[in-house]
Design a protein around this ligand. Structure first.
Ligand code: PLP
Length: 388
């Protein structure tokens, strides 16, 4: 019996387990030294000045919106091909989401899509949230230039893109280093390259933003710069904003820290699997093609997405997904355009032809560091049997 191939799966080894057990035997289960150690390791990995770990990628998105001071009446631009959380993070503050279209062949928001969204917005948007779908980077230099022209903030949703680096005029820029943005968020959900169970982080080079993210993470409480006057009382703290409990625990960070130490190997393994897929799938073109590749120095692949011409193949996507599933292969659709979700009907988004063309054809095939070439070949054989 062949093993069931999930579309993605965490890879947990004995060192990860030992790291978690060590925390369980320690004095701190939450907000102890391991949270700091994880934040420092992530900051040095992505080359950011400040890293704030939190309870999920969704919490990280909400924290960025709070730190930017977004609220009712504000507009933010979000590509419609993403997970709902990208839009929700800003929406939680009462801001309105202006959805942007995407490239039909990559699923990424193009600079022209952003400009069209700005033109459609009733007031000048305060921020844009580009999403590095599947691990491929958006054109951040162009997006940041447009944002600068309009005085907008830029927050990269890099939930899929830990390990990715784009090229800025010959210089390798790590996603998370915020060279073309104000902040970046990551997710450490088990589906992602580094798993914590649940977890997320915000990175930034802006001390003021970092401070606000940190305060909002823990109830809006501060332990210095008191508004009620200086004091030597050791127990004293002040709640200066309405914050949340978005803390992450030492238990989660122990797993994250251990996993982070293998990030390079995990990214290389995924790159190798992507090349194997590309080669094996080439004989199925043009019915099935990988998403178009965009320039990057390193791609921290999270998803292996293909675009399928279901009409030419003569079967529906549901039929294909069910047939693969019967043969022990899990696939997913990333994503139903968020503007078409009933909740976001209020956004009154016009037709998004790029997003629609991407959505109609896309399918994510299994990709995780624990896969081997044989698994890739098995997926491709099954696709061939179903489609040709
Ligand atoms: C693009 C994107 N942004 C944000 C999130 C939210 O992350 P989390 O599940 O850690 O809240 C996800 C999670 O799937 C995602 O895929």
């Amino acid at each position: 019996m062949k093993r069931f191939l999930h579309y993605t799966r965490q890879t947990v080894n004995e060192a990860d387990i030992a790291a978690v057990v060590q925390v369980l035997r320690s004095d701190y289960l939450t907000t102890g030294p391991v949270v700091n150690a994880f934040e420092n390791a992530l900051a040095s990995e992505v080359q950011a000045d400040f890293t704030i770990a939190c309870s999920s990628g969704t919490a990280a998105l909400h924290l960025t919106a709070l730190a930017l001071g977004l609220g009712p009446g504000d507009k933010v631009i979000v590509p419609t091909v993403t997970f709902a959380a990208t839009a929700n993070g800003a929406r939680f503050t009462g801001a309105d989401v202006i959805f942007a279209d995407v490239d039909p062949d990559t699923g990424l928001m193009r600079p022209s899509d952003m400009e069209a969204a700005i033109a459609r917005s009733p007031t000048l948007p305060r921020a844009v949230y580009p999403v590095h779908l599947g691990g491929q980077p958006c054109d951040m230099t162009a997006i940041n230039t447009i944002a600068g022209q309009w005085g907008m903030s830029v927050v990269e949703d890099a939930a899929h893109a830990l390990g990715t680096a784009y090229n800025e005029e010959g210089v390798t820029a790590r996603v998370g280093g915020c060279t073309q943005s104000d902040m970046t968020i990551f997710s450490f959900h088990p589906a992602k390259t580094v798993a914590m169970g649940e977890g997320g982080a915000v990175t930034t080079n802006d001390e003021g933003l970092a401070g606000r993210v940190r305060e909002y993470r823990t109830h809006g409480i501060v332990r210095d710069n008191f508004k009620n006057g200086a004091t030597d009382d050791p127990w004293y703290y002040e709640m200066q904003r309405l914050g949340f409990n978005y803390r992450v625990s030492d238990i989660h960070c122990a797993l994250g820290l251990s996993q982070l130490s293998r990030l390079g190997a995990s990214v290389r393994k995924r790159e190798q699997l992507v090349l194997e897929y590309d080669t094996a799938l080439s004989e199925l073109a043009p019915v099935i093609r990988p998403t178009k590749r965009v320039p990057s120095d390193i791609t921290g692949w999270h998803l292996y997405q293909v675009l399928i011409d279901f009409e030419a193949a003569g079967l529906s996507r549901a039929e294909l997904i069910n047939r693969l599933h019967e043969n022990g292969i899990d696939t997913q659709v990333h994503y139903i355009p968020v503007h078409s979700q009933p909740y976001y009907e209020q956004s009154k988004t016009p037709p998004m032809p790029g997003a629609e063309a991407f959505y109609q054809r896309c399918l994510s095939l299994p990709l995780f560091a624990g896969m081997e070439e044989d698994d890739v070949l098995r997926v491709v054989e099954n696709l061939k049997a179903a489609l040709l």
